[in-house]
Design a protein around this ligand. Structure first.
Ligand SMILES: Nc1ncnc2c1ncn2[C@@H]1O[C@H](COP(=O)(O)OP(=O)(O)OP(=O)(O)O)[C@@H](O)[C@H]1O
Ligand SMILES: [Mg+2]
Length: 480
């Protein structure tokens, strides 16, 4: 019957002995016995809710058990090589048919809702990433963080929460991890227990398996957004104001070198991506990333992705390698997704030597901190240079720092726009032009605040004007 998908061997005829017996829904009947003491209404309601929750839990357990058993059979019965050429519709049909056959064999009857849920989970298991599938499909989720098989956290609207999705056990989780990393030609095992990868949909993936991960495998997924947030979206979401956007447009168009600094998940890449939309369409832009996330809209974009060493420790191509090569590729601008190591030297040099308008992000909590990070990275790269020389290199390379922050209430905001104006003695001088001022906290936890100008006029005002960006003086005037 399932000639195209079913293996030739007559599998699936024998009923699995000792397999999944239908799980009886052991509702706590004691509560309904005649001699049970009469309870007040509230107590009865609580008891009824507990019974319902217990019933739902048992239903899920039952579905999981059935899924395990039928999945085992599907792997035996399905002709996996034929799956590749089949359409999603055909596959779903075949899986549903095989599942229904297996349910008949096991003498299990399911209602329509459960059957559909089971079929979907089986499809996700065979063709996709199992329990992660529904989370990957949910567009409101930004991050998926797996702490062992039973704890999967998700981030929605800047807030982390525990999801009700779980893996069956560590082996199940490891199987899915293996599926992901082998799809990109990598491996994780005892000797190589962690790995970066990109999911088929472009999402950024990192995993670490036991024994390095102590309580079960750790997985972090930054979901790929097909429609990256644009400047207008960020203004609408309150990440910054229209005035700030006008200033940033001038800064990018006038080819200032910009560093977006911020903590983890604060919106650095999103900001960088949005800023890049101000780049002129005629310019040749080269992007360098560890995991390609940026989506530039310009016509003339060359994307590079670094590569770790293979199992024999060979073949690594670092961001620094890409950057050095990029300099020979006639770029108008270079964008490095995140500067985190030795590539800092080449980045600063590129910014200093004719590749104005380059941009990158850096992990730091405020603009001063970002400067220290740059200094540290230069030192760690083994460059023996007096601190003052490093600082003057930074001061002449970087023009502008924008700080991205994720606040306690989950909102992401550009909390500071700071210009670098030169050196004063041994210190890099900076001036903040815009900032987010916190005014208080609502009882709900929502942060009350506003964006404000500091009253300092941009040090690049003349340049802006020369390039045709006549920003009104009023945008620099603070609200008091
Ligand atoms: N202003 C914003 N409003 C709402 N969501 C945002 C905003 N900025 C970023 N996001 C979302 O937050 C998530 C994290 O953003 P992003 O990847 O830019 O952070 P990041 O600082 O680069 O993170 P990492 O440190 O992991 O590289 C993304 O899903 C993004 O779509
Ligand atoms: Mg990022």
């Amino acid at each position: 019957m399932f000639s195209r998908f079913k293996k030739d061997s007559p599998a699936g005829t024998s009923t699995p002995q000792g397999g999944t017996a239908p799980v009886t829904q052991a509702v706590d009947k004691a509560a309904f016995r005649n001699n049970a003491p009469v309870q007040p209404a509230a107590q009865q309601r609580v008891a009824a809710e507990a019974v319902a929750a217990d019933k739902e839990k048992k239903r899920k357990e039952r579905l999981t058990e059935l899924k395990v058993e039928i999945h085992k059979r599907l792997l035996e019965d399905l002709n996996l090589s034929a799956l590749e050429s089949a359409s999603e519709q055909q596959l779903k049909g075949e899986i549903a048919a095989l599942a229904s056959e297996a349910l008949d064999d096991m003498s299990v009857a399911l209602n329509k809702e459960d059957r559909l849920a089971l079929n979907q989970e089986l499809y996700d298991e065979v063709m996709g990433l199992g329990p992660l599938e529904p989370l990957l499909k949910d567009e409101t989720i930004n991050d998926i963080l797996v702490n062992g098989p039973k704890r999967i956290f998700i981030e929605r609207a800047g807030k982390l929460q525990l999801s009700d999705v779980t893996f069956r056990d560590e082996r199940h989780l490891l199987r899915i991890i293996d599926k992901i990393v082998s799809a990109v030609g990598r491996r994780v095992d005892e000797s190589n227990p962690y790995c970066d990868a990109r999911l088929q949909d472009g999402s950024r993936f990192n995993c670490m398996i036991p024994p390095i991960a102590v309580d079960g495998s750790l997985v972090s997924i930054r979901k790929f957004k097909k429609d990256k947030l644009k400047i207008e979206d960020l203004v609408r979401f309150g990440a910054f104001t229209e005035e700030m956007a006008a200033y940033l447009q001038a800064a990018v168009s006038c080819r200032l070198n910009i560093i977006v600094s911020g903590g983890t998940g604060s919106g650095k890449t999103t900001t960088l991506n949005a800023l890049s939309s101000f780049i002129d369409n005629h310019e040749r832009v080269l992007t360098i990333e560890d995991t390609a996330e940026l989506q530039l809209q310009q016509v003339h974009v060359g994307r590079m992705e670094s590569r770790p060493a293979n199992v024999e420790g060979k073949g690594a191509v670092t961001q620094r390698d890409c950057l050095r090569n990029a300099l020979r590729m006639r770029p108008d601008r270079i964008i490095v997704g995140e500067t985190r190591g030795e590539e800092v030297i080449d980045m600063l040099q590129a910014m200093n030597t004719g590749h104005d308008g380059s941009m990158t992000t850096i992990h730091a909590n405020n603009p001063r901190d970002a400067i220290s990070r740059l200094e540290n990275m230069v030192a760690m790269a083994g460059i023996e240079m007096p601190l003052k020389a490093v600082r003057s290199q930074i001061a002449s390379a970087v023009n502008l720092m924008v700080q991205a922050s994720r606040l306690q209430d989950g909102t992401r905001r550009m909390t500071s726009v700071t210009e670098i104006t030169g050196m004063e003695g041994e210190v890099i001088s900076m001036q903040e032009v815009f900032r987010f001022e916190r005014l208080g906290v609502e009882p709900s936890g929502k942060i009350i605040g506003r964006f404000n100008a500091t009253g300092i006029r941009s040090a690049y005002s003349d340049r802006f004007r020369q390039w045709g960006f006549d920003l009104p003086a009023s945008i620099y005037e603070p609200i008091v």
